[in-house]
Design a protein around this ligand. Sequence first.
Ligand code: ATP
Length: 361
Amino acid sequence: MAVFKPENVEDFYEIGEVLGSGHFGQVRQVRERTSGTCWAGKFLKIRKIACSRLGLDRGSVEREVEVLQTVQHPNIVALKDVFESRAEVVLILELVSGGELFDFIAAKEDLLESEAIEFMTQILEGLGFMHSRNIAHFDLKPENIMLSDKVSPHPNIKLIDFGLAHRFHQGEEYRSTSGTPQYIAPEVINSEPLSTAADMWSIGVITYILLSGLSPFQGETDEETLRNIIAMNYEFHARYFSMTSSMAKDFIQKLLVKNPIDRMTAEECLLHPWIKPITRKQVAKRNRSSINMKNFKKFNARRKWKMSFNMVLMCNRLVQLKVLCKGSSDPDPLQRQCESDVEDTESKPASLLRRRLSSSS
Ligand code: ATP
């Protein structure tokens, strides 16, 4: 069990700029006072009362911490320390300063499949390590695949955000409908028992997008996206996949499989000829094929725009609701009510909404 230090985080770290925001708080750069080393501090608001929907319950933070302690791997963000105050838990994480993988790729002129595969391999290695310890991420999406640094020509992949991750115990049946519509597996939508195979579906979706700049199940609305996933309604449009190798399509097809048992595992993916070619012909095919950069850039620009739009929307709602809350004789309960409304304003499955702020659907 992790030690949540009761000391004030600011006695040990100088708090710096905001690196990112999530549903339950901010991630800020922090500087260790003794060594001067920079880290990322993830500030998570903790629920004050059990029935409130504002903030996280301490149990779920404990689970995120426990998972992070278990998955020490070069392709997974490392946890250094945990601090706790009355209203907040602060996770001190390795600083991942290379930005999102998708932004790094979108800044390039072109990219061969063989270059994209170098990143896919690292993602699969990190994921395979987690899965070998019976831990599933359950929120794999471009926003959670980052790069170690900006200076190296070959930065390392770092998987982040283990807020939805789950460690399976033997014989346990685990169900959850949390996730981000575009990337979730059919069994998540159907509230069926889950396994690490749900992550492999997300890898299929991410690979499809990476190669074509299209999102395989994307509908006009989240509901339509979810319906498309259930119906397995996807294809390889010739217009967008003209530069893609048949091995890459085979790789995706073996991941976007409805029955989780029949999906490739991370370990099997690492042995697939697209990732690990055996013959010279296979190597040559990968070097001849490239990603659809023109469309990928468009996809990424739309994704970033939607993320900023959602963030502005969320902030505006908070401001409006805070105005409404003013003047109450009992500000605390009303404040909770207001802010929990912010989380659940739309008629979607509540847990799917948990991640909507960073959703790019
Ligand atoms: P969400 O509600 O979107 O799931 P969250 O509250 O769980 O978010 P994270 O996804 O872990 O928070 O972090 C939010 C953002 O902060 C990330 O998208 C990323 O931009 C940034 N971030 C997170 N961890 C790090 C890190 N270790 N180093 C640098 N930036 C980070």
